[in-house]
Design a protein around this ligand. Structure first.
Ligand SMILES: [Zn+2]
Length: 285
């Protein structure tokens, strides 16, 4: 089942989130052919985008995007506040390494939040450590000053993740107590194995990790693959071409076809429908 589920530790400021992707992940993988390691990383990115979007209250979408000069030139995943996800990777013809930092050689990782209303904002996360999880832990520590533990794992069928985070003082103000609580939770959390993350039900997973703690699972939300492409959006992308280039396309064919990289859907434009879109756009300004 594709879901995101929050959990809380009683009498602490620590909260967590568990995400499992099943069908949505398979649908996304089906749209393109990826080498195994790329597919697994895409799974981790997708899970991470849901985990990150669950940490903020907003209406809009969160995008996690890596660009590099390594063998994975682009890897991106996005999640809306309704947990509609999509993702894509662009990779070299041949993948010859499984080293995380080499795959994303000379790369950067950006977290972008685009609220439905208001300004988008972006944080750049340095590539560090040996995994996406460690980059994101670092990001939370640096930019939000929040202690965070992230576990991500994916195989050919499933992608799962866990985020545990200590929020600023609310219930517990004693610094020593906060520190102890966090250390206790993080030490146990770090023992979570990939196989457990990918196979256990949430309640099993938590009772195995935290048998002596008062952990409560809250209600879950479903996650689904849903592409945000549209006739209008792909038309606008076409119009970014140089006028001459666009004209030469229409010189060879009556209908210019575009295909969405995320879902494979095709859109066809005649010169007239594109002009109409262009004018429609102008009117709204
Ligand atoms: Zn699409």
């Amino acid at each position: 089942m594709d879901k995101a589920q929050r959990f809380i530790f009683d009498n602490t400021d620590v909260r967590g989130e568990l995400v499992q992707l099943d069908k949505s992940y398979q649908q996304i993988l089906a749209a393109n052919q990826y080498p195994t390691i790329v597919a697994n990383l895409l799974g981790e990115f997708l899970v991470a985008s849901v985990l990150l979007s669950s940490t903020i209250k907003f209406a809009g979408r969160l995008t996690l995007q890596a660009r590099s000069q390594g063998q994975i030139s682009l890897l991106m995943a996005e999640s809306t506040h309704q947990q509609h996800i999509r993702g894509i990777a662009r990779v070299a013809d041949e993948i010859t390494t499984d080293n995380f930092l080499e795959l994303f050689d000379n790369g950067s990782l950006a977290v972008t939040i685009e609220p439905d209303k208001g300004e988008r904002y972006q944080s750049i996360v340095p590539f560090s450590g040996t995994s996406l999880a460690s980059c994101l832990e670092h990001y939370f520590q640096q930019s939000e000053q929040l202690n965070t533990l992230i576990k991500l794992s994916a195989n050919a069928e499933y992608a799962s993740g866990m985020l545990v985070q200590q929020l600023p003082e609310q219930r517990v103000v004693d610094q020593e107590q906060r520190k102890q609580q966090w250390q206790h939770i993080v030490i146990l959390g770090q023992t979570l194995k990939n196989t457990e993350l990918l196979s256990l039900e949430n309640h099993q997973l938590l009772s195995r990790l935290y048998p002596h703690d008062a952990v409560r699972l809250l209600s879950h939300q479903s996650v689904s693959f849903q592409c945000s492409c549209s006739f209008e959006r792909s038309g606008r992308a076409l119009m970014l071409l140089e006028a001459e280039e666009l004209q030469s396309l229409f010189d060879t064919t009556e209908l210019v076809q575009t295909q969405c990289e995320f879902c494979g859907k095709t859109y066809k434009f005649s010169q007239a429908s594109l002009t109409k879109l262009l004018h429609g756009k102008h009117k709204t300004h």
